[in-house]
Design a protein around this ligand. Sequence first.
Ligand SMILES: N[C@@H](CCC(=O)N[C@@H](CS)C(=O)NCC(=O)O)C(=O)O
Length: 104
Amino acid sequence: KGLQGKIKIVALDLVDRPAWYKDKVYPENKVPALEHNKQVKGESLNLLKYIDDNFDGPELLPHDSAKKMFAEELLAYSDSFNASAFFSCLRFMGDVTDEAGCRC
Ligand SMILES: N[C@@H](CCC(=O)N[C@@H](CS)C(=O)NCC(=O)O)C(=O)O
């Protein structure tokens, strides 16, 4: 989208998240989040829509409704995958393959 000069990216270590992120930026304590016009917003899909609505440049989401639905399904799936599998695997909390519907 060409926003490198307009949006400053702040990388976080999710395994060792700094307290200021939850306390002062995004109480949900997840990434991504975007601070714009003194407001902090989260949720990847909402952020894609927000960025498309508020910044110039190529659209991040497709206009075609079938493709848009696919993008929403993909993000919903990646949410459940991340929640149940990815982070659990990282923390070695046991077998989560049934919950995630996959082998990791
Ligand atoms: N529904 C949220 C999910 C965000 C999310 O789960 N982010 C992960 C990283 S991909 C995270 O911050 N996980 C930290 C945690 O769950 O403790 C979105 O789509 O933005």
